[in-house]
Ligand binder design. Sequence first.
Ligand code: FPP
Length: 240
Amino acid sequence: MTEKSLLPRHVAIIMDGNGRWAQKNRVSRLAGHNAGMLAMKEIIKRADVLGIKYLTVYAFSTENWKRSAEEVGGIFGLLVKYVASELAELDENNVKVHILGDYGSIPRAAAASIEKALATTRDNDGLQFNIALNYGGRQEIVRAVRQICYLVENGELSGADVDEQLIAAHLYTGTENQDIPDPDLIIRTSGEERLSNFLLWQCAYSELAFSDSLWPDFTPDEFERIVRDYASRERRFGGR
Ligand code: FPP
C-alpha cells in the first residue's frame, strides 16, 4: 500500500481521445464523448476511494468552440444529462462541484445545470470535483491581470503589491476563498504529450503522466497505477 500522505492531493486530467475512440469503434463523435463521460464517472469514484482531495477535468476548452455546432451542442447536452443523472449521487458522496472557466457564456440549459450542481454541493467537504469548462490557461491569466489592473487604477493596490500570491488569488483556482492547491499530477490520455493551454500558471511544478489509452478506454485501475507511481517519485521544487 502507498502511504496516504504520499498520494497527490490534486490530480488534473486532460481527457483526450474521445474522437479517435469513436472513429475506431465506428460510432459518432458524440457517442465517443458519451463514452468519455462514463469513463469520467468511474475515475471520480476511484479518486474518492483513494482519498484524493481535488480532481480537475478538462471538459471544454476556449478553443473547443471551433468544433462543429453539432459537436459543441452535443457536449453541453451531455453535461446537462450528466448533472441530471449524477448530481444526487455526487451529493450523497459528499462531492463538491466547482467550475474553472467562464461558464456565463455557455448555452443556457448547461449553465443552469451547473448552477444547480454548485448550489446543491456547496457545503460538501469531500472530494472537490473541478470541471474546467470554457477554460483556457492564457485567458485565465489575462482575466487575472485585468482584475488586478482595475484594482491598481482604483488606487486599491499599487504595482509593488503585485506578487505571485496576488496573481494566484485572481485565477479561477484562487477565487471565492477556495484556494485550490496547484495540481501535483497532470495526466493526459491518448498518447499526446502537451498541455494545450491547461492550468498554465498552476502547472509550474506538476508531475506529468501520459497514457496511450484513448480516454473512454482509460480505466480506474490504470488511473490508480499512475497515482501510485506518482507517490514513488521524488519532487524537489527546484531545491536539491
Ligand atoms: C477530447 O477528446 C474531449 C473533449 C474535448 C470533451 C470531453 C468531454 C467529456 C469527457 C464528456 C462530457 C463532460 C462532462 C463534464 C459531462 P477529442 O474529441 O479531442 O478526441 P480526439 O482528439 O481523438 O478527436
